[in-house]
Design a binder for this molecule. Structure first.
Ligand code: FES
Ligand code: FES
Length: 168
């Protein structure tokens, strides 16, 4: 069977050489099964649930829909890059504070999605928040606490920016 000849994958700032993936192998499979990055979850493998959301060259994508071969040399960021080991990003802390995590299966994909969303829209309305997370399915929370977490993160980020501006 044909195999992909790979240079490297750039994942979270590290170059990984992968020389035996199949032509049809998904990036989600590679991240989880070859690189041991289990934060991106595998639920539907059809681009329907958002649990495998990652950033590819600054664009939010479902890793289950990306061929590993097409990601060679591109900039990949997964949930593992959101905060240094042992600490929480603003949005991760907001999820904790809002009680927005139940089983947690949807959480990594939501966090990557929301991080990207707040980068572009620091003070979103509720409608904008709900639209932004509409591609991420959660079977547990009913979404109310997730929306609340986004509000908390939005306020915390704008407060921090305000404090930084005052210090200048
Ligand atoms: S596992 Fe990729 S969208 Fe569901
Ligand atoms: S917390 Fe269980 S699927 Fe969202």
């Amino acid at each position: 069977m044909a195999k992909v000849t790979q240079d490297h994958l750039n994942v979270n700032g590290t170059k990984f050489t992968i020389d035996d993936s199949w032509l049809g192998e998904s990036l989600l499979y590679t991240l989880r099964e070859r690189l041991g990055l289990y934060g991106s979850k595998n639920a539907c493998e059809q681009g329907e649930c958002g649990s495998c959301s990652i950033m590819l060259d600054e664009t939010l994508v479902c890793a289950c829909l990306v061929l590993t071969g097409s990601a060679i040399g591109r900039d990949i960021k997964t949930i593992e890059s959101l905060a240094p080991e042992g600490s929480l990003s603003v949005i991760q802390q907001a999820f904790v504070d809002a009680g927005a995590i139940q089983c947690g299966f949807c959480t990594p994909g939501l966090l990557v999605t929301i991080e990207d969303f707040l980068d572009d829209n620091a003070e979103p309305t509720e409608l904008e928040i709900r639209e932004a997370i509409s591609g991420n399915l959660c079977r547990c929370t009913g979404y109310g606490r997730i929306v609340e977490a986004v509000r908390i993160a939005s306020k915390a980020s704008t407060d921090m920016e305000g404090a930084a501006d005052d210090g200048n």
